[in-house]
Design a protein around this ligand. Structure first.
Ligand code: C5P
Length: 413
């Protein structure tokens, strides 16, 4: 494989979708991160962003056509496809993914993708129905099986007004995925050591959820997302494919992790459902127990009477309990319990009530929520394993090591 270069060279293929505008921000981030980027703009992409914009941001010529004889003399398309360390397709439309999967080479972008001997990272963006269509699912499977890294799209409201998975991840997350792909490709291929979770899919939920009261206010909690993000990072380091369903937090996406951003408990439940099947689920999110029965479309106003508006609450779906009853239940399901008193007794009861294999209980009466350290007790069918206070990263490593050990030995205790 390729030797790591001090300044990674990215060949960025910009496909034709509304999300193409985010490719401009991605170019800026790659440059800011010390990378060199050369853009290829498809015919469709040129309907959304201009070659001029990409050239100005990348400070490199932008390639748009296979039939550019001047370039074919100075730099053939084969050379263009191979001089980069990584080829990134962003946004990767359903059509582009289909042509990549079929090995079609009918324009500059697809010809480069067929000719390249470098790793390829595709960042899809499309309407939710297109993403979930059997043809796209099949094409993504074909591409992954042939070694293309296909990033999971974000879940959320789309430009077309629908809701679900299909949104282009934020440029910061794409840049993190690029860095992950570059470090994977730079690691020596002669003797890769598969991590203890290689071949496993680990699903992690993290962070709080926000439940709208009206368009500007919401119900929230103090979860920072740090413990869940640390577990996602540790699982990816252990070789797992990791899907991280994250509530609203500002943390960077750990390397090698597919992140799906959500706001509400119901969005989190939908994203968990889409991410299945998984071998392991670690549900760290501090999901709001209740949401407002009705969130008006307009901001609530004081009416001068001094009486606040009534806030009727309804219970949110219990994502962990639902997952434990699902026929696609992962072999190992780990829940968390944030308690302020009788920590272990509450956690033992919670394990039985929700049907989880393990409950990781922590005392949040101090500054654990939002803090950097955690003291946890792991409750399983055999008893309680209490760990000393440690940084959240170390707690994550301990939990992931326990998961790997359990899977290697068959069924969870
Ligand atoms: O009931 P409680 O909120 O204490 O349960 C905590 C555990 O259940 C955590 O693992 C949390 O992620 C999960 N949970 C959930 N959906 C909810 C509430 C909690 O998945 N609505």
């Amino acid at each position: 494989m390729i030797a790591p270069t001090p300044s990674p060279r990215i060949l960025l293929i910009v496909g034709g979708g509304i999300a193409a505008y985010k490719a401009c921000e991605l170019v800026r981030l790659i440059r800011k991160g010390g990378g060199d980027v050369t853009c290829v703009l498809t015919e469709g992409g040129a309907h959304f962003v201009t070659a001029m914009t990409l050239a100005a941001l990348s400070e490199n010529p932008v390639h748009t056509t296979l039939w550019d004889l001047k370039n074919e003399v100075e730099m053939g398309h084969i050379q263009l496809s191979r001089q980069a360390d990584l080829v990134v397709v962003c946004p990767a439309t359903a059509d582009l993914l289909a042509r990549m999967a079929a090995g079609i080479a009918d324009d500059l972008a697809t010809t480069l993708l067929l000719a390249t001997d470098k790793p390829v990272l595709a960042v899809p963006a499309m309407n939710v129905r297109m993403w979930q269509h059997a043809a796209t699912v099949r094409n993504v499977g074909t591409l992954r099986a042939s070694g293309v890294t296909v990033v999971e799209p974000d879940v959320g409201a789309m430009a077309c007004g629908e809701f679900g998975p299909g949104r282009l991840p934020e440029p910061e997350a794409i840049w993190a995925a690029i860095q992950g792909a570059l470090s994977d490709s730079a690691s020596p291929c002669a003797a890769p050591t598969p991590g203890p979770l290689a071949g496993r899919h680990v699903l992690v939920t993290a962070g709080p959820t926000h439940e709208p009261i009206d368009p500007v206010r919401y119900i929230a909690n103090r979860s920072s997302g740090r413990q869940g993000f640390a577990i996602a990072a540790a699982a990816a380091q252990a070789g797992a494919r990791v899907t991280l369903v994250a509530g609203p937090v500002t943390l960077p996406t750990p390397a090698g992790v597919d992140r799906v951003d959500v706001e509400t408990a119901r969005e989190m439940a939908a994203a968990v459902d889409v991410a299945l099947p998984a071998d392991v689920a670690v549900m760290v999110a501090a999901v709001a127990d209740w949401r407002t029965a009705d969130a008006p479309a307009h901001k609530l106003k004081k009416d001068g009477s001094g009486t606040p508006p009534p806030l009727a609450l309804v219970e949110n779906p219990d994502i962990l309990a639902t997952l434990c009853r699902d026929p696609r239940r992962p072999a190992l399901v780990v829940g968390f319990a944030a308690e302020t008193n009788d920590v272990i007794a509450h956690a033992v009861a919670k394990r039985a009530r929700k049907g989880a294999d393990w409950i990781v209980a922590n005392d949040v009466s101090g500054d654990v929520m939002g803090g950097m350290a955690n003291t946890v007790h792991i409750i399983d069918a055999e008893g309680v394993d209490s760990l000393p206070e440690m940084p959240k990263d170390a707690v994550a490593q301990a939990i992931v090591a326990r998961i790997a050990h359990t899977l290697a030995n068959g069924t969870p205790a």
